[in-house]
Design a protein around this ligand. Structure first.
Ligand code: BG6
Length: 363
């Protein structure tokens, strides 16, 4: 039942304020400015021995893992990296005792991710699961983990599970950070920012109509470029993925810093750019990139905290500011709506895009 929404996808996008609340529920500790994660099965001493974090997932789970890796590096200062589980399992991976492996899966049944977990376990590695479906194959195989509690996700393209995965990583990074050198003040900053997320997501969702108009205007483009720097780059990748999956519009994602090393040749009025422009330490760099695109007659849709000067953008979607480490989560929400409304404008089968399955349980 789509609960009055036209599609499951739209329903699931709009459920995010409450699904995020459920992911956070009972896990924030204001007194010690940290997070409690009952299912990790790792005590503080074991966590301190971890030197590296390797995150594995497929599709959107892999991109959520990229946001997770950045959160862990920023808050805990432990090197972290996300890799497609499908690639990992085929390359005879080196499994290290002081690495924490984290498998990400909404369904908990994706065969490539399960096979990666089994390979790690066979070699004696320790794996946590960040999983939505309780009791699923991946959840059962892992040594411990974090359940998303996002509720069932029906539409093939992941939205609320993606967001809850990033929230779960924020909790893990906070917990991990407070065991390392994240100060109580910084812990408090993250706790408050997490508590503020549901209302901030609502603010973004209120702009659905305006984003629908934008999507209708741009859905007929030959393709779209998505760019972001550092924290914005996984947002760009997930935004491009979502657009491809459900609207079948060709989309590329590049780090904004890489534009001049190749893809700038593609920029023309026919290939609009969606640019992630948070108000952080890289703002000036991002504004310079917008100028480079406009100078080549490119059209720019900025997703930003502050509206850039008119000469730099054609359209701007404003997003409320969180703490810089959590900004990617909110910057991603307009891109979900953009993909959804583009797919609707093009008459696509939004909830069941061609050639895709909700979870791929075969090799
Ligand atoms: C793909 C789906 O096959 O699997 C994606 O089309 C999804 O939407 C990916 O992100 C991973 O699925 P899961 O269940 O492992 O998170």
């Amino acid at each position: 039942d789509t609960g009055g929404y036209e599609h499951y996808l739209l329903k699931e996008i709009h459920e995010q304020p409450t699904s995020v609340e459920r992911t956070l529920s009972g896990r924030l500790d204001e007194r010690f400015s940290t997070a409690h994660l009952g299912g990790l099965n790792l005590d503080a001493r074991e966590l301190r021995e971890i030197r590296r974090v390797k995150i594995l997932g497929c599709g959107s789970a892999y991109y959520a893992g990229e946001m997770g890796a950045q959160l862990i590096e920023e808050l805990a200062r432990v090197p972290a990296h996300s890799e497609p589980a499908s690639e990992f399992r085929y390359r005879n991976p080196v499994i290290e005792a002081d690495t924490l492996y984290v498998a990400v899966s909404q369904s908990g049944e994706t065969y490539d991710t399960l096979a990666a977990v089994q390979e790690i376990k066979r070699k004696g590695g320790r794996v946590l699961g960040v999983v939505n479906t309780v009791g699923s194959a991946i959840a059962r195989e892992c040594d411990g983990g974090i359940y998303l509690h996002a509720g069932p996700e029906v539409s093939v393209a992941s939205t609320k599970a993606f967001t809850s995965t990033v929230v779960a990583f924020a909790l893990l990074a906070l917990h991990f950070g407070r065991i390392h050198d994240l100060s109580p003040a910084d812990g408090r900053r993250i706790v408050s920012a997490l508590q503020a997320l549901p209302d901030q997501i609502r603010e973004v969702l209120d702009q659905s109509e305006a984003i629908a108009e934008l999507a209708a205007e741009y859905a007929g483009s030959a393709g779209m470029m998505f760019i972001g720097r550092v924290r914005g780059y996984p947002v760009a990748r997930e935004g491009a993925q979502k657009l491809k999956e459900i609207s079948y519009v060709h989309a590329e994602a590049y780090p904004a810093s890489e534009l001049k090393h190749g893809p700038l040749a593609l920029i023309s009025p026919e290939l609009p750019t969606v640019a992630l422009v948070p108000d952080d330490e890289l703002l000036d760099k991002n504004l310079t990139t917008l100028g480079e695109i406009k100078a080549r007659s490119g059209r720019v849709i900025a997703v930003a905290h502050k509206r850039p000067e008119d000469r730099l953008v054609d359209h701007c979607v404003l997003v409320p500011k969180s703490e810089p480490e959590l900004d990617p989560l909110l910057l991603n929400i307009p891109l979900q709506l953009l993909a959804y409304h583009a797919a609707v404008a093009l008459g696509r089968d939004v909830d069941k895009p061609r050639n895709l399955a909700k979870s791929v349980t075969v090799e």
